[in-house]
Design a protein around this ligand. Sequence first.
Ligand SMILES: Cc1cc2nc3c(=O)[nH]c(=O)nc-3n(C[C@H](O)[C@H](O)[C@H](O)COP(=O)(O)OP(=O)(O)OC[C@H]3O[C@@H](n4cnc5c(N)ncnc54)[C@H](O)[C@@H]3O)c2cc1C
Length: 510
Amino acid sequence: MEGRNHSSAVFIAAGSVSRMKADLLNCSRDLLASVQPRAAIRSLSGGTQRKTPHIGVIGAGLAGLRCAEVLIDGGARVTVLEALDRIGGRIHQSRLLDQSVDMGPNWVHRTDDNPVLKIAQKTNTQLCAAQDTMHVFESDGTIMPPDLAASGLETVWEFIEDAFKYSNEACLDISPDLTLKDFFRKKLAESSLSDHQKARVLLLGEMWGSFIGDSWERQSLRWFWLEECLDGENHAPIIQHVAAKVLTHATLHLSTLVTNITTIETTTSDPKITVTTTNGTFSFDEVVVAVPLDCLKSSKPIFDPPLPPAILRAVANASYSSLEKVYIAFPTAFWDSASDSSSEPFPSFAHFLHPEYVPTSQTHFNIEMVPLSSPSIFGPAATPTLLLYTHNPCAAHVSSLIRNFPPASEEYFTVLNDFFRPYYSRLPNYIAGAADCTPVAILATDWHADDLAGNGAYTNFQVGEGDGAEEVRLDEDVRAMRAGLPERGVWFAGEHTAPFVALGTTTGAY
Ligand SMILES: Cc1cc2nc3c(=O)[nH]c(=O)nc-3n(C[C@H](O)[C@H](O)[C@H](O)COP(=O)(O)OP(=O)(O)OC[C@H]3O[C@@H](n4cnc5c(N)ncnc54)[C@H](O)[C@@H]3O)c2cc1C
């Protein structure tokens, strides 16, 4: 997801448009319902408007805040319960030296009329359009000659487009075990490419891992069409804007972990939902549960009675990406210093694929990198910092390295620097031991360790999910979550309940 930097023209597969369109139409119907909350709230209060309904929103991430805003606009009394001591959830920034860095999302994935993009524009949030340029570091650490990379990438995007089309058209006829990599293998076997060219395409295909936050060997071919509509533009959080109404018109309880939601199915009892928290007990007419997918797992039961099988199945069948980010700040952007005036600037993206140059003790993990140093992209916010993306198994490995060390400690800096030096030392102009090429600060995310973020990054579509007892139908599962439990007054919100085109993104959460 993070590196979805390619042009959308490459990605919109004609065969998939109808499905996307249908999905968008459903989505706009759903949105229509949600932007007419007055009607919904009137029916909630028995159509008489005698009583203002009191609605509990659990989770103050983007979805919970937006939901609260819509409910307030509809005339409800809203109380938001958030376990953290801040709002925003996975949209969060930390300090790295004197800069503020995004620990969670920083790309807006464009769908038509993207509301998040509109808020970013309204709030004068700096938008940076990354260029469609890329270096590919080969297994031996050298930069792949641009012409070979370009022709290999052309085949990769061609296959990706074919995979979207096939996945969209054949969906349920595709074996649930098949992965995107299997599709590539089949296409390559049918192609007339040389063995060298085939090997290069297979190597370049690995990049897909950083687009979805997981290995492409886990990307389900059957559900690959759901990954469509990919494109990105950098953005900074828009949380404060969305939270404005909540902060003035709702009651917000921070540091309030919800431990139990007891519902009574009745039309007469008043109120009918009791929410137990670490900060007291609350009574509501209805609740919207806007916590991450993983927090709904049956292994973490907070519902009494338990969630019905359809919802539990939906939660169990969905998968969650493992994306993590690492910021490495240097005194200067040594990779950008042109040795002669004819040198091209360093591209927007770099992929380190099958790095055999890392120490033998270190597995050959693929990594994606975005330098934040280009003034032409980042303007005054340009900084001599590298942003690296990892996904499992690398992400879990890096998390395990830092787990016992506070970010300010020397050990934290040293383990991260030792791990990433083999990668950044491949950049142009690197001189071992030179002050300019020695990091001054490093900061890594550790969503793996964060129970309240669902111990991962966002919903994605992997093979081998579910208990295998029945056919996995992700489309039905998402619909079940979107439908909620009206009879119990329980509703769900969050990126995992979004229309397919925005599933797993901030746009979906909104
Ligand atoms: C590293 C990373 C990179 C990402 N990159 C992108 C990107 O570039 N573009 C993009 O569009 N999306 C990206 N995403 C995904 C994006 O962050 C999410 O889709 C979105 O922020 C989810 O919002 P949400 O409101 O659904 O969930 P959250 O933001 O997770 O909010 C849920 C809230 O519920 C609270 N909570 C949980 N359990 C309880 C409980 N029991 N009681 C009370 N409160 C509870 C949590 O503390 C949290 O505040 C990224 C995510 C990560 C982690």
